[in-house]
Design a protein around this ligand. Structure first.
Ligand code: EPS
Length: 379
């Protein structure tokens, strides 16, 4: 299973191609569009989110709502394109519109040097998190595969700035995250965060934070210890780290575990008509293989680098010092990032399910999955 996506933030739209989907998978458009909406919400987003109305258009690979084994082609229109058409077409040609001033924390500086571009717009358009809309559409299709195996993915925001939620939460509680404008699980925390985002916005500053993603009903044996690039934890870390702004990923209780004795960290194994554990510090993965517990990951996002408070930088054309700032920007996008992280987790688990159970048709996958589940019951 693999996908490619293309599209600039202020270009015509975003394009995705998924290859390797099983046939006979029901493609629920309403579900995909709802996932796109979930990503667009979140207190702290900028004016751009009032313009975009993300909606999926499937151009190929589906007949009568079911996949047929061909590549799926997806499209999401950028509504903002009509305001940018001229600029996007003339990119780099009109001298006064050329961007030569990199924003610290953004891909602007290194990207302009790497790709030998005089106009930083050619860098920022693709480095932008706009493309995560397509990641969510692709992730929604992965979730449709997972539904066939009763696997569910959840997420919630664990912190914005220095306001953090370090409590344990049940999946029932986590499932309520969409009811909060910041996707947190505590009302009092939500009020404090809204106040903090409002103050931050007034100052022209930005905020980062953290989120947790969880997947349940994961079969034992996804991924492998046998080689570095088959390890499930390695793949998940790469997937989450590839999201814009993410600077750290934690698997299970990795940070607390690193500070404690092995005897208090490792999840002891019990048996009572089936194997079970009373803790999940490993986050559902041991030696790069899923162990049947919930997969739990935490992502840490840096504050958005486009801010109104000016930061020192150098004009790459004149080499003069200047103060970098931007007028339109999100203050905080952590709630959106948590939805994109769900999609990433879903995509990687779906890919692993296909590796383990075969991916030509949903029926074949289920047949193999059922046989494997029966085998596990006898071990
Ligand atoms: C983004 C900057 C902002 C965000 C955008 C990502 O866009 P603009 O520069 O047009 O105001 O709103 O996010 C999206 C468009 C989206 O769909 O999430 C950036 O620089 O990464």
């Amino acid at each position: 299973l693999r996908y490619l996506n293309a599209g600039e933030s202020h270009g015509k739209g975003l394009m995705g191609i998924i290859e390797g989907l099983p046939s006979n998978l029901y493609i629920d458009i309403k579900f995909i569009n709802n996932e796109l909406k979930r990503r667009q919400r979140g207190y702290g987003r900028g004016k751009r989110m009032d313009i975009e109305k993300d909606n999926i258009d499937i151009l190929a690979g589906v007949r009568g709502s079911y996949t047929i084994g061909s590549p799926l082609s997806l499209y999401i229109e950028n509504k903002d394109y009509e305001n940018w058409e001229e600029k996007m077409k003339s990119i780099g040609k009109i001298d006064e519109e050329i961007i030569t001033k990199p924003r610290p924390g953004h891909g602007d500086f290194a990207g302009a040097i790497k790709y030998r571009q005089n106009d930083i717009r050619n860098i920022l358009e693709r480095a932008s998190a706009r493309e995560t809309a397509m990641r969510v559409a692709v992730g929604a299709i992965a979730k449709l595969i997972l539904k066939e195996f009763n696997i569910e993915v959840y997420s919630y925001v664990t912190g914005i700035g220095d306001i953090e939620d370090s409590k344990e939460h049940s999946l029932e509680e986590i499932a309520e995250a969409d009811n909060s404008s910041i996707r947190v699980l505590d009302k009092e925390m939500e009020d404090r965060i809204i106040k903090k985002i409002d103050e931050c916005k007034l100052k022209g500053d930005t905020l980062g934070g953290s989120f947790k993603v969880v997947a349940k009903n994961i079969p034992i044996g996804l991924g492998s210890y046998s080689h570095w690039d088959r390890k499930l934890d390695g793949k998940l870390a790469q997937g989450l780290m590839s999201l814009q702004g993410i600077k750290a990923v934690e698997i299970g209780e990795a940070i607390i575990s690193a500070k404690n004795f092995g005897s208090t960290v490792h999840d002891q194994l019990y048996y009572d008509d089936g194997y079970y554990r009373e803790t999940n510090n490993a986050g559902g993965i041991e030696a790069g293989i899923s162990n049947g517990e919930n997969i739990e990951l935490k992502g840490y996002m840096k504050p958005i680098p486009s801010l109104r408070i000016p930061l020192k930088s150098i004009d790459m054309k004149t080499k003069e010092e200047f103060l970098a700032h931007k007028e339109r920007a999100d203050v905080c996008a952590v709630p959106s990032a948590s939805i994109v992280a769900e999609s990433t987790l879903a995509w990687i688990i779906a890919s692993e399910i296909i590796i383990k159970f075969g991916g030509d048709s949903i029926e074949e996958m289920k047949f193999n999955y059922d046989k494997y589940s029966n085998y596990i019951k006898t071990r």
